[in-house]
Design a protein around this ligand. Structure first.
Ligand code: NDP
Length: 471
């Protein structure tokens, strides 16, 4: 019997996805560049419907037509290399799926290239890490709708499910799937940083790790319920086996990143969309990585002595609101970017559908995503998520506590770049009049860029002969 599905690249994601696909009743052929990895993997799972192949030729021959081949290798040049090796072995209408974290522009290029070869290509973002891959990830496939129809039964059976709904939909043509996965990762950066800022305030106020764990565990029962809040509670509970101390306190405060956050930043800059929460999160990782410089600066640059212990009792409820409101801003900005690019590319994106598949399997899975789905279902062309009834009420209810938290952080010298960037966005967006009148005056002053007036119809442009400045 020929296999229903083939997978190339048996590292952590590939192995777990194969076991997932196999567990849904499909026979899976597997191939890895280093053959010993394939042999060991197959040997480790006797009795499963797995076909280990040591050559790409035998791998391709083992698959039922049209072949469905998922590539799970290191993102970048490796994907192109595998595709080049596959092309001479494949036949018209065979389907190649790239399930790695590829940059969406690479996916667009590969899609166009494989189409010229008579092959079908799907660029699918897969989120959920190792556990998601094994038990059910969120999948964001892009490519032609007709190819999606062929893949749908497999994708729907291996994805996570929430309320009986699979956490996969056809995102859109070309690079749309990998694009949405990139924004998912940007939002993930924001969510993580916001939680870390809540933690830093609690820590400055003198909460113990056990107390903080209890706060996050409790939050996970309420409106903030999410995977990231859940693992934060668990991480704070963890003790170092050697010293018995809370493990998190022994971990060096230097964060790494693989680039999807920066890709999101670049794309937002290109499209002039504000994603200040995500920007703050990416920049916070950058600053964290400059540990040596920070240690030096800590003895030279002054700040206030934190006295947050005095407000300890009221801090929990306030930080809860600051976190929730900031999270709403982060998603508002992420969806604004998705909407802007979707329109520019004519992807026909279903924003409500995207929020709904993120409810399960992926790293940003959270209860409140239902609310985003509802918001876009009742108003598909919603200009800004903050103006949907649920989010408007939420922000109006939390904004006072949110600004008190930011004020407390600032007066106590605790960095909360993502909380404050989110609040800055909120206050700017709700301002009927900003200070850009002065900005326009400055632009006209030095560059004769002209300006419109509040007392004249829009579209009429004025220039002033400003006084000459000497020196
Ligand atoms: P890695 O990104 O570490 O990639 C290792 C795999 O790629 C190995 O199977 C390796 O084969 C293969 N490989 C590397 N270069 C080549 C090449 N030139 N030709 C053929 N094969 C090659 O594996 P992961 O499982 O961590 O990730 C796979 C993809 O999924 C990546 O795009 C990653 O970004 C993405 N992803 C990962 C997540 C995670 O939590 N790890 C979560 C979501 C997405 P060999 O054994 O021969 O070296």
């Amino acid at each position: 019997k020929k296999s229903d599905f083939g997978l190339i690249g048996l590292a952590v994601m590939g192995q777990n996805l194969v076991l997932n696909v196999e567990s849904r009743g499909f026979q899976v052929s597997v191939y890895n560049r280093t053959p010993s990895v394939t042999d060991e993997f197959v040997a480790k799972h006797p009795g499963k419907k797995l076909v280990g192949c040591d050559t790409l030729e035998s791998f391709v021959q083992s698959l039922a037509k049209p072949r469905k081949i998922q590539i799970m290798v290191k993102a970048g040049a490796a994907v192109d290399q595998v595709i080049e090796q596959l092309i001479p072995l494949l036949e018209k209408d065979d389907i190649v799926i790239d399930g790695g974290n590829s940059l969406y522009t690479d996916t667009e290029r590969r899609d166009a290239y494989l189409t010229t070869k008579g092959l079908r290509f799907i660029g699918a973002g897969v989120s959920g890490g190792e556990e998601g891959a094994r038990k059910g990830p969120a999948i964001m496939p892009g490519g032609p709708a007709s190819t999606w129809e062929v893949m749908k039964p497999i994708f729907e059976s291996i994805s996570a499910h929430v309320d009986g709904q699979p956490c996969v939909i056809h995102i859109g043509p070309g690079g749309a799937g990998h694009y949405v996965k990139m924004i998912h990762n940007g939002i993930e950066y924001g969510d993580m940083q916001l939680i870390c800022e809540a933690y830093s305030l609690f820590k400055a106020a003198g909460f113990t790790s056990a107390e903080m764990a209890a706060i996050f565990n409790e939050w996970n029962e309420g409106e903030l319920q999410s995977y990231l809040i859940q693992i934060t509670g668990k991480a704070l509970e963890q003790k170092d086996p050697e010293t018995g101390k809370p493990l998190v306190e022994l971990i060096l405060d230097k964060a790494g990143q693989k680039g999807t956050g920066q890709w999101t930043q670049l794309n937002a800059a290109e499209n002039a969309v504000v994603i200040s929460t995500i920007n703050a999160a990416v920049e916070a990782r950058v600053l964290s990585s400059q540990k040596k410089q920070r240690v030096t600066a800590s003895t030279q640059l002054q700040g206030p002595t934190p006295a947050l212990d005095k407000v300890k009792a009221e801090l929990v409820a306030k930080v809860h609101d600051a976190l929730y409101a900031s999270k709403v801003i982060s998603y508002t900005q992420g969806f604004d970017l998705i909407k802007t690019m979707g329109e520019k590319k004519n992807w026909g994106l279903d924003f409500g559908g995207i929020a709904s598949i993120w409810r399960g399997g992926c790293i940003i899975r959270a209860r409140f995503l239902n609310r985003i789905t509802e918001a876009y279902r009742s108003e598909p062309q919603l200009a800004n998520l903050m103006l949907a009834p649920f989010f408007k009420d939420l922000l109006n209810r939390t904004q006072q506590n949110w600004r008190e938290v930011v004020a407390l952080a600032v007066t106590n010298g605790i960095p909360v770049p993502a909380f404050s960037a989110s609040l800055g966005y909120y206050d700017s967006y709700r301002s009927a009049r900003l200070s850009a009148n002065l900005l326009q005056a400055q632009r006209d002053f030095f560059g004769a860029h002209t300006y419109e007036r509040t007392d004249k119809p829009e579209g009429q442009w004025f220039h002033t002969d400003w006084p000459e400045v000497i020196g």
